[in-house]
Design a protein around this ligand. Structure first.
Ligand SMILES: NC(=O)C1=CN([C@@H]2O[C@H](COP(=O)(O)OP(=O)(O)OC[C@H]3O[C@@H](n4cnc5c(N)ncnc54)[C@H](OP(=O)(O)O)[C@@H]3O)[C@@H](O)[C@H]2O)C=CC1
Ligand SMILES: O=C(O)C(=O)CO
Length: 312
């Protein structure tokens, strides 16, 4: 079995050795421009069109959870990957735990008013504030997929009321489920902390805008863990000014790296990280890819295939 590998930043030689160990008998090579030799599988992140175009592959694996960058390239170059070749993505592979860590720590930060105490400290003020209660701290998660479900689970364990919004209804214990545009208003009305874990698709671009933020509780919080294009940053800044949103924690931005002139850098109630909410954990990713390729070779049912028509 021949596997080609391309990632712009990963330690390719390490990955090749680990993949060959996971899949005995497989030969894994780094794809370089001009390499048109046959391959059975391709493992990629931001692949050049030339790498995939015209190849008779059994499957392509994205080395991350979101496939928006591959799908947007495919819109311009559909010849890069015919529909007959399945595209897989990483399902969790250690990202669920990272998203849990991020979401729980930030929700607790807001819940225990550490943001307010930090602001008071700037003014050298010693001032105990009224506590928030969990029933005024409903968590609303947009996107109830692999990562949204893990985040829901962890916040439930901390005793917060949790609701999710997705395309289809979920039947999860102790979680209120809302689906589709028709139930979005009801989902937002009680939400105090909005956590975004949607994929980037034609339907979700710009979804967190003035109209949406306006339907949240006053003094809400936004945690964007998914993609920058989901949030209209100017409208978020306006919502921070008019009190609809009290604080935002952003991991992803409409342009990355975030340009220095963006007012988000300087806003006192915006915190940020540089797109590190959940990174690909090599060992878990390799175990998943190995298991999936083995399943495909045996003709077994496997999970993680992207529905290209749906966009995730
Ligand atoms: N910041 C970071 O470091 C990282 C960010 N990410 C981002 O997180 C995203 C989510 O990942 P993951 O949980 O694995 O994805 P999944 O595909 O497992 O879940 C997607 C969820 O979004 C819902 N959804 C999709 N479209 C719509 C829509 N139009 N309206 C309502 N709900 C919708 C789906 O609904 P349904 O269940 O009904 O299908 C599903 O619940 C990734 O696409 C990626 O962009 C991922 C990893 C790291
Ligand atoms: O896996 C993804 O989609 C990411 O955003 C990794 O940072």
């Amino acid at each position: 079995m021949e596997i080609i590998f391309y990632h712009p930043t990963f330690d390719t030689q390490w990955w090749i050795a680990a993949l060959e160990k996971q899949l005995p008998g497989a030969r894994v090579r780094e794809w370089k421009s001009g390499d048109n030799e046959p391959a059975d599988y391709a493992l990629v992140w931001h692949p050049p069109v030339e790498m995939l175009q015209g190849r008779e592959l059994k499957a392509v694996f994205a080395l991350g959870a979101g496939v928006d960058s591959i799908l947007s390239k495919l819109r311009e170059h559909p010849e890069m990957l015919p529909l007959s070749i399945p595209l897989f993505r990483l399902e969790d592979t250690g990202m669920g735990l990272q998203m849990q860590e991020y979401a729980v720590s930030q929700v607790l930060h807001w819940f225990r008013r550490f943001d307010d105490y930090q602001a008071l400290k700037q003014e050298t003020r010693w001032e105990p504030l009224p506590e928030f209660t969990r029933d005024e701290f409903t968590i609303g998660i947009m996107g109830a997929g692999v990562l949204g479900s893990k985040v829901a689970e962890s916040l439930l364990a901390w005793g917060f009321p949790v609701r999710v919004w997705s395309r289809s209804h979920k039947d999860w214990p102790n979680v209120q489920s809302f689906a589709g545009e028709s139930e979005m208003g009801e989902f937002l009305r009680e939400t105090r902390v909005l956590i975004n874990l949607l994929p980037n698709t034609a339907e979700t671009v710009g979804i967190i805008n003035h109209a949406l933020l306006n339907q949240l509780q006053d003094q809400s919080y936004l945690l964007n863990l998914a993609r920058g294009v989901h949030v209209n940053e100017d409208e978020l800044l306006r919502a921070l000014e008019n009190g609809k949103v009290k604080g935002a924690m952003l991991d992803v931005f409409s342009r990355e790296p975030l340009p220095v002139e963006s007012p988000l850098w300087r806003h006192p109630r915006v915190a940020m990280t540089p797109h590190i909410a959940a990174v690909t954990r090599p060992q878990e990713a390799i175990a998943y890819i190995g298991k999936t390729i083995t399943g495909l070779e045996r003709g077994e049912a496997v999970t993680g295939q992207v529905d290209r028509a749906r966009g995730y």
